[in-house]
Design a protein around this ligand. Structure first.
Ligand code: SF4
Length: 700
């Protein structure tokens, strides 16, 4: 017999099987198709859907334990109101009615003075188009709240792709399996892009050579034929030196360059300034390695580059991504379906954002935009003509800024403000939820509808709810719907249910861009995209060409050509803080998600700092010692792991631990800065100098 599950938003859903098709909501390029087994209304297992080619029936360790997360004993299952001082983490249960009434009253009072004093704060805690910026965006647009520049992950690289290729577009991931040379540039694919790694393994079986370019000797580097351990923030120098070699040896596709690029003469002049010897000095790698890589890249077809976002979290990250994105056009790699570059495929999805988010509700208002990177400073700013009104209320959903935003000492100071009204929609009492005035219990992916684009493949996925919401939890969409009603927002769009929002995501006046019935039937649908999208040029730039020279950047007063920009905190620039620190994700966490899942935290153990043996010996640090990691912004204590995974002069602070689960109530972001990237106003998490010392107190 079909079983009916009642969703809190009032949607009834008739399930035809005990296995329910869904989508992984996490910030990962793979966007896997899920199959959740439900028995007597309880989700007992979450598996990969074997029918979805990109998933292949396999999930990562993290999400295969999704039931442990959904049924976690510490799940927040009722609205909570603060009873202790800010940050004390003391709350008492309240009814939904009383929480929503009080929140709406507080927001209305602030909005009467100036709605821009209210700000959303959200990112990729769920990647679903409905539970992320669906009903929430409608709510904030109608309110006239500040807008948020959601820059914390990919802004510099995204802007670089847009300026060079015309959007976040690239080769289709499945064709990496046919490449003869693969450069994995700034990606620990085994940990954070597992399904791409399957294609690499297939390519390797067929004889492909695989090179990893990464300051850290990752698990992925271990499995590649070669590892190039460059200094953080020097990727553009390496890319320019590769161009230099392609030019001087004439390993170029002149026909492709002539027909499908803009700015070749200018780029040529720029690249000739970067002989391999100069780049070797900047990057801290042997010159022979650069020359050999250029020879391989210039003489192997098809050659494919899997670029990832780690390398663009430095001052010159946008320029670096631009330089790398120019390479395939120089060799004509785009002619082959297994050649080119993939950083993100998200720009290939024809999402109807206007239908989902309804910017028309702004009704001509143009609120200020806050950058989520500088929330630490912004929460401490007073009203001014330049800044606008002081931030009086923050609504946080799908994010944990106290743990993940840079310079977290300042972020904490901001959240501690007694005059800041903070509402957090969450599954757990995170570091951020500790500072809330109200915590509202949100559903997990097993309990709500959603629809997903991807940034590592080109399939749309539908997520059906597998179980009823636990406790009193509600989908984000339902929470914003209820708040809208209390605020007196009467537009019909605030009454639309989640299935309607899912249908709107790919709707279009000329006809839907994705067949919703196919999504209902199979759980996924593949976009119709040519196998080699840029074989004949047709880039999405204004010129229709790969723009080596960007007139749009030049018009902004920026360099129209890619170049190497040294880090804000370049290696060797400080005697006081001589070590560069990067903070790549711990393998069993995803940003700050999963840190409180005990079985995964047990694998990770505790916060670690990987340090090279000579750097450790010079400081008298034995393996396993507790160390102080510090700079001008703060101090963080963790355990040192003397490891070949760290290159000399660079330490790896694995993240992102919840502060309260660390050794001293801090995490690695105590040390990172709020400076911005060259393009996209993104974060510079990997542009950070520190010093490390043995913690004498712990050593006693
Ligand atoms: S986190 Fe990534 S690899 Fe893991 S299940 Fe989700 S999409 Fe797949």
């Amino acid at each position: 017999m079909p079983q009916t599950i009642h969703i809190s938003a009032g949607t009834d859903f008739v399930k035809d099987s005990v296995k329910v098709r869904g989508a992984c909501p996490h910030d990962c390029p793979d966007t896997c198709a899920l199959l959740t087994t439900v028995e007597d209304g309880v989700a007992v297992k979450v598996q990969g859907n074997p029918d979805h080619p990109q998933t292949g029936g396999v999930l990562c360790t993290k999400v295969s334990r999704y039931t442990e997360r959904s049924y976690h004993p510490e799940r927040i299952l009722q609205p909570l109101k603060r009873v202790g001082p800010k940050g004390s983490g003391r709350f008492e249960p309240v009814s939904w009615d009383s929480a929503l009434d009080e929140i709406a009253a507080r927001l209305q009072a602030i909005a009467r003075r100036n709605p821009e004093a209210i700000a959303p704060y959200s990112y990729a805690g769920t990647m679903g188009l409905v539970q992320a910026e669906g009903m929430a965006a409608r709510f904030f647009n109608k309110l006239g709240a500040s807008l948020l520049d959601r820059t914390i992950c990919s802004a510099a690289g995204g802007e670089a792709l847009t300026q060079t290729l015309g959007g976040k577009v690239g080769m289709k991931v499945e064709f990496f399996a046919e490449a003869r040379l693969i450069l994995i540039w700034g990606s620990n694919s085994i940990a954070s892009n597992l399904h791409f790694w399957r294609y690499v393994q297939e390519a390797k079986r067929h004889g492909a050579r695989v090179v990893c370019i990464d300051p850290r000797k990752t698990e992925t580097a271990d499995k590649c034929h070669e590892h190039i351990a460059l200094r953080p923030g020097t990727d553009a120098a390496l890319a320019l030196a590769l161009m230099h070699q392609l030019i001087v040896h004439d390993w170029l596709d002149h026909d492709y360059i002539a027909q499908h690029t803009v700015g070749w003469d200018e780029l040529r002049q720029r690249a000739l300034l970067w002989p391999p010897e100069r780049a070797a000095e900047v990057c801290g790698v042997p010159v022979e390695q650069i020359i050999a890589l250029a020879r391989d890249y210039g003489n192997t077809q098809p050659a494919a580059i899997r670029l990832n976002y780690g390398m663009q979290r430095v001052r010159g990250g946008g320029n670096a991504a631009r330089a790398i994105a120019c390479l395939p056009a120089l060799t004509g790699a785009w002619r082959h379906r297994a050649g080119g570059l993939l950083l993100s495929s998200s720009g290939m999805f024809p999402i109807n954002k206007a239908a989902l988010q309804r910017p028309d509700l702004l009704a001509g208002r143009r609120p200020r935009t806050l950058n989520m990177i500088t929330i630490g400073d912004d929460l401490q700013r007073d009203s001014s003509p330049a800044f606008g009104p002081k931030i009086e209320a923050l609504i946080v959903y799908n994010s944990n800024p106290v743990a993940v935003a840079p310079e977290s000492g300042k972020v904490v100071q901001g959240f501690e403000r007694e005059d800041l009204f903070t509402v957090v929609l969450e599954h757990f009492q995170t570091d951020t939820a500790d500072y809330a005035d109200f915590i509202l219990p949100a559903t997990t992916q097993l309990e709500h509808w959603d629809i997903h684009a991807a940034y590592g493949h080109t399939d749309v996925l539908l997520n059906r709810p597998a179980i009823a919401p636990l406790g009193q939890a509600r989908p984000n969409s339902a929470i914003f719907r209820a708040l809208a009603a209390r605020m007196g927002f009467t537009e019909p769009c605030f009454s639309e249910d989640d299935e309607t929002l899912c249908r709107a995501a790919f709707s279009h006046p000329d006809g839907d861009r994705v067949d919703f019935n196919e999504l209902l039937d199979k759980g996924f649908a593949t976009l119709a995209i040519p196998d080699a999208p840029f074989a004949d040029g047709r880039f999405l730039t204004p010129s229709g060409k790969c723009e080596f020279f960007s007139a749009r950047l030049a018009a902004q007063g920026l360099d129209g050509l890619p170049d190497h920009l040294p880090n804000h905190e370049a290696a060797g620039s400080s005697a006081e803080f001589p070590l560069a620190m990067i903070s790549p994700p711990a393998r069993n966490f995803l940003n700050s998600s999963f840190v409180n899942v005990k079985s995964l935290r047990d694998i990770e153990g505790e916060p670690l700092l990987e340090i090279d043996a000579d750097d450790a010996a010079a400081r008298g640090i034995p393996d396993g010692a507790i160390v102080r990691v510090f700079n001008q912004r703060g101090e963080y204590r963790c355990r040192a792991k003397v490891s070949a995974r760290a290159r000399p002069g660079v330490v790896n602070g694995l993240g992102v631990w919840w502060r309260k689960l660390g050794l001293d109530g801090t995490n690695v972001n105590q040390l990172t800065s709020q400076q911005l990237t060259d393009l996209g106003r993104g974060p510079v998490f990997y542009d950070c100098l520190v010093e490390v010392q043995l913690d004498q107190a712990a050593a006693l």
